[in-house]
Design a protein. Structure first.
Length: 90
């Protein structure tokens, strides 16, 4: 499944990673939460940077909000309410 925004598409897993990047989790923490390797997290981040034309994780998060992938005014950042804040059960 993909989530389409303008001329690019993020996969569902890329959006999962983006939500956790927006919550300031490190790649190792994201990998643990999603059950994937750090290398896979790095690949998802790199792919999203390429697709969005951004150069940093901060730029990627800004893009997430600007394009509507992430919801303004909602904390923690989410696309469907599935991800919990640090220290809170999912």
């Amino acid at each position: 499944m993909t989530v389409a925004y303008s001329n690019m598409c993020f996969t569902r897993r890329e959006v999962d990673v983006l939500v956790l990047v927006a919550m300031e989790f490190a790649n190792s923490e994201i990998g643990t939460k999603l059950g994937i390797s750090i290398r896979t997290v790095e690949t998802h981040v790199r792919n999203m940077l390429h697709k969005s034309g951004r150069r940093s994780r901060a730029g990627l998060v800004a893009h997430g909000y600007a394009s509507g992938i992430l919801q303004h005014g909602v904390w923690p950042p989410q696309r469907s309410g599935q991800v919990a804040r640090r220290g809170h059960a999912a």
